[in-house]
Design a protein around this ligand. Structure first.
Ligand code: ZN
Ligand code: ZN
Length: 365
């Protein structure tokens, strides 16, 4: 197998041979068919998230099961799977249906090793290469995942495009459909129209929102948002007061807002435009520490500010739900995707970083 190995933060990835260590009883080996590029990967590539190096990132993989560990009973060789975040499935949050808030979430997704501290990959010299990024490390031809974070999908589906359902799209759509839960006719706004924000727009349309406002300085993103269901779009660089503009187009305020940026100025705006009561969900990641200042007066009048990880979704039920919405024509996520070959990984990362492509997906040869 080959993997795109990060040896120094900020340096280009090197696609080179690695080997997978023998599977633990709960693990599976997946031949990756496609993998999306997500902004959380950038946080690892730049060193903003401290990951032990060398390491392999990538966490929106989809592929075919090639091997199963001794205890895996619900997946078989040949199954088509979408890989999502890992979770223990045993703690109180997991059992209550909130695996994104698993007690072991950080250890299982961010530390670069199995829970016992062992790396899943080796380089040609036999030295450890850190894997287990979101329980997969799928910027590679193969990934060691767990049976817990693999969701089986119908083999007739376009497997190479489905990986982003495991993180970015699940985050945006889940924030709307699982957390905010708008009723038909309610009003919503989304700040930041990347893959997460645009998934929130599609979900808002699917839920029947009557006013859907999209805010982003990128003209092409606003065009896509309008195409996907935004009833109004706003360029924050072309107006002196975004909040005033939102209040105007929403006839006095929104019921819900989604901050997919993570900046204090954006969160203040997304709170200020809410009706009473109303809820703002913040999902944009700027870094592990990110102090913001908000006006308590915005909250005292019955409003809620909440944070959401991974759309508070259980991938096992929510990914099939998103696929069904897509088949019904209500979640056309494939319009956000541009595909690249695995060897073009740096080009794909640049395309996402510059904002030219909403969701690059690497397709393995
Ligand atoms: Zn758990
Ligand atoms: Zn992600």
């Amino acid at each position: 197998m080959r993997a795109a190995v990060l040896t120094t933060p900020g340096e280009p990835l090197q696609v080179r041979p690695v080997s997978a260590s023998p599977l633990e009883p709960d693990e599976i080996l997946v031949r990756i068919v496609g993998v999306g590029v997500c902004h959380t990967d950038f946080a690892a590539l730049s060193g903003a998230v401290p990951l032990p190096l060398p390491a392999v990132v990538g966490h929106e993989g989809s592929g075919v099961v090639e091997q199963t560990g001794a205890d895996v009973t619900d997946l078989a060789v040949g199954d088509h799977v979408v890989l999502s975040f890992d979770c223990c499935r045993e703690c109180s949050q997991c059992r209550a249906g909130h695996p994104a808030y698993c007690e072991l979430f950080a250890a299982m997704n961010y530390f670069g090793t199995r829970l016992d501290g062992e790396a899943t990959l080796r380089d040609e010299a036999g030295e450890p290469v850190h894997g287990s990024w979101f329980g997969q490390s799928s910027f590679a031809t193969h990934a060691v995942a767990s049976a817990r974070n693999a969701v089986r999908v119908d083999p007739s589906l376009p497997l190479e495009l489905l990986g982003p359902l495991g993180c970015g799209l699940l985050t945006g759509a889940g924030t709307v459909l699982n957390v905010l839960r708008p009723q038909p006719g309610q009003r919503i706004g989304v700040w930041g129209l990347g893959a997460v924000g645009l998934a929130a727009i599609m979900a808002a349309k699917a839920a029947g929102c009557s006013v859907i406002v999209g805010v982003d300085p990128n003209q092409e993103r606003r065009r896509i948002a309008a195409d996907l269901g935004a009833t109004h779009t706003i360029d924050p660089t072309a107006t002196s007061d975004v909040a005033w503009d939102v209040l105007e187009v929403s006839d006095g305020g929104l019921d819900f807002s989604v901050d997919a940026v993570g900046l204090g100025s954006v969160i203040r705006e997304a709170l200020a435009v809410l009706r009473t009561p109303g809820t703002c969900a913040t999902v944009g990641l700027q870094g592990l520490e990110n102090d913001i200042t908000i006006d308590q007066g915005h909250l005292l009048i019955g409003r809620t500010l909440t944070g959401v990880i991974e759309g508070d979704a259980d991938p096992r039920t929510f990914i099939p739900q998103l696929i069904q919405l897509w088949q019904d024509g209500k979640f056309p996520f494939d319009r956000l995707i541009e595909t690249f070959g695995f060897e073009e990984i740096d080009k794909a990362i640049d395309a996402a970083a510059s904002g030219r492509v909403v969701k690059p997906v690497l397709v393995m040869a």
